[in-house]
Design a protein around this ligand. Sequence first.
Ligand code: DGJ
Length: 691
Amino acid sequence: MVFEAHEQVLSILYWGRDIEVLGDPGDLKSAVTKSVSNSSTDEPLTPGIMREHSRSFLGHPTLSGHRGGKAWSTQFSLVDYSHQGNTLIAQLHDEAAALHLEISYHLTDEGILKINAILTNKGEADYSVDQFVYWLPLADRAREILDFTGRWSHERHPQRRPIVSGLSSREIREGRTGHDYTIAQIAMTSSTNFSGGEAWALSMAWSGNSVHHVERLADGVQSIGAGELLMPGEIILAPGTSYQIPGVVANYSDTGLDGLSHNYHSWLRARPHHPTNVRPRPLTLNVWEAVYFAHDEETIKKIADAAAEIGVERMVLDDGWFHDRRHDRAGLGDWVVDPAVWPNGLGSIIKYINDKGIEFGLWFEGEMVNPDSDLYRAHPEWILHEADRVPPLWRNQLVLDISHPGAYEHVLGQVDAVLSEYNIAYIKWDHNRGLNDAGHLGQASIHNQTAAIYRLFAELKRRHPKLEIESCASGGARVDLGIVDVVDRFWTSDNNDALERQTIQRWTGIAIPPEMLGTHIGPTHGHQTARTHEISFRAINAIFGHAGIEWNVTEANDEERVILKKWAALYKAKRGMLHSGRAVRVDHPDANAFLYGVVAQDQSEALFAYVQHRMNESNFPAMALIPGLDPRATYEVKVVGDVGKPRALQVKNPPWLKGVRLSGAALASIGVRPPILAPENAILISATRVD
Ligand code: DGJ
């Protein structure tokens, strides 16, 4: 990044590829300055990072707000800055508007740029913030936008389109991150793909409402921006108070989309509390799809027996354990064990599970309340609402206003009591509805609600230092770079169909490393899509993440149990590599197949999946390249049999499946010929260095 501070205006002259030697900074300014065109301001514009009308900037501004209709136009001046290592902290002040902004830019060692700001009202009357958007300049050669959309069970599907004149925006107004949230807004050249080309990405580090923009003005200037989306009157700063503006995370790559992922993954993995820095990711079994609300100790014990035989390391009791929760119409809000289904409390089932060497995990949805609950009967005023309306029900529930101290303490107290009484290693924390009409005492409260859940998670972890938290929201509706700091795992999607998961996991993995993404082997006949898949296909899909099982394994036949056992052992043997290596997605020439994998950081080995989604376009599948290995080293390459056999449409296998020795260079440029697989089948390919 190159900043300029000139006549008290702070500008970003450049953001992109690392430039080791810049030359004369003044000459850079001269090189990028535009001519004065006809019908324009008399001098070239320097709108600075605040993009203000008062400096003749006519695009989307950084700050919008007013003080009772006044101070609607600002002119911030840079009054001070400090610069240490890769961090710049700038102080900007507007005397007339009586506002002060502190903004910091921090470039991490992994190439991630974090931007945060605080706006303070220095005036004597309230100041209403309408919006604050962080902006970064985009190179002219960025011509396309890639972002993500989706819905329940269909999260993070890509959409790629040209950058056109005007503002291209993605808004989230549902008060949680959302199934259609674009985990990153990516601008790129027309030729950028997984393995090459430039990409500039920006993401909110926030789980509430958000907006992501790409702007191209009539003069050709392009920018990428993101900010918290505020409801009217949501942030009104009393004199002397501040708005801690949710921050953004920016990322640049000149090695394609895989380069972006490499930066995100390395940055997250460098955090001391990153889950793999604490311990390997335990093989997990969640009983949700096995029993749903039909909790019964004997059934759970039988599942635990089968789980232990397979080698499961953590077992999770999902929704249905607490007061009156026999279905989804009652109970949310009352976080006490229901003696009707657990007459002995949870102690005996936890002991049974722990005695088998398996940890225990439990489900909560603490930000919610059913009207049919003791909590709601006692405190109907503790819901997010406006006027005297009750918001429309969604999955029969309302949103508890945890920005209300009483409600916050209630949830914290009850959850803490359960965690203190029992040996619980992990909680799955759900959030199954959007926030409609989400007011607190007459003021929109989505910002405060979001800040409150971050606080609550941090407090639970402070009280229970070894506790792990999974962020779930009807599947993957709360996966973002804000909550990532207070949770250890994401439930990627409610859709456990291995075919659907290919796309969902591929694109969630653009920013989130695989060790944080829950990927489970679902039932033979998928509950969401009713498709039937070979166990090998489901097992290969699930190994590329924080692996688990979401299937009543007591129903698995003997052959399937043997495969599950081998697969579990394979996961344990390879998770160190899978959860630290470099994620690679190959730009495969046939759109009917996906080819992807993980290469060990020391290039000693790799695991790749070749996944046949639909029938090949031609008789023989296109060669499967295995890039990213040491070009000069020799690798033993073979198909891994521990996941069971795929269904194939051929008389004879290609001979290499049993093992061949090829160089990293040959694997990257020639590859191996996949067998002719039936659609919705896959093979797992291993490459192991032998010299
Ligand atoms: C939605 C989650 O995504 C599921 O995994 C499950 O926990 C249910 N909620 C429970 O109600």
